[in-house]
Design a protein around this ligand. Sequence first.
Ligand code: SF4
Length: 350
Amino acid sequence: MQIAELGKRASTGESILRSEALAVLATPDEEILDVVAAASKPRFAFFGNRVRVNFLVNLKSGLCPEDCFYCSQRLGSGADILKYSWLPVDEAVATAKAGIAAGAARVCLVASGTGPSNREVGKIADITRAIKTAHPDVEICACAGFLKDGQANSLAESGVDAYNHNLNTARSHYAQICTTHTYDDRVDTVGKARGSGLSPCSGFIAGMGETHEQLVDLAFDLRDLAADSIPVNFLLPFDGTPLKGTNQLTAHDCLRVLAMVRLVNPRSEVRIAAGRELHLRSMQSLGLHIANSIFLGDYLTSEGQPGQADLDMIADAGMVVDGMRPHRTDKAAELVTRRRGAGTTVRPNA
Ligand code: SF4
């Protein structure tokens, strides 16, 4: 296999083959720059030098009755995280505005739990309308668990643009990371979102004991589900969860996974999500040559690097923030970190 040929082919919008995706994951470390170069072809062909910046607002944290083994908010989690039930609308809107001021083009409104009640869908709708009134061009992505019939329509009617529901791992590995729901339950919600006109956002958590074949299975399932945006999380092994102490990824592994996802899904937004700082470390900016999207600042239940460091990294890579608004000040990124406060933690989005 000529890795450069894969990049050329993907830059026409064509997915690589399954055997080629496996070969990308098996590439030796000394050829990592060839892998990055190949994956950069579709990245630049479809997204230029733009980086989409996303900002998480954790509306409801902890106390989830589901048992996802990776999640600090799961049933019985002993992780040291903030636990609270639904931020007031004005507080959620103020937090979102801080992220927008720092350059976020998409605000992700996230609530832990199995799925929202209709009243909770109404709260997300209220927050969405308030943000959109002030910032009509900003995209809103909701992430609140499994959707019941009609809820995706209600969200779409309120102005929500996208719905995040990660598949997280391959169907064949799902029972190893969760016992309270199934892979197909998750596929169902992604389908409901798409069926109501919401843009499907669905992705990975790599580093949970899965095989290369399972990573590739998931990349192709996300292609088949036409996920518009694919967050790639790298496991944060929280104390107090069953995956505590699991640390299977090198920075090179993370780059290979990102490249494989990009080459299978050349036109999708590929987002480097939680675990970027822990696993990629000084290689983060190489990841920007593959992915075209990141979260700014903190995650849901763990701290990211300061927002200004994210913006500096983008500039140092010779890239620009997608849709950066002219009123952004350098102080805005600091504000993001301060507003979220110490103790804000990052959960890979549910
Ligand atoms: S990932 Fe979502 S559904 Fe699973 S335990 Fe965490 S908050 Fe609950």
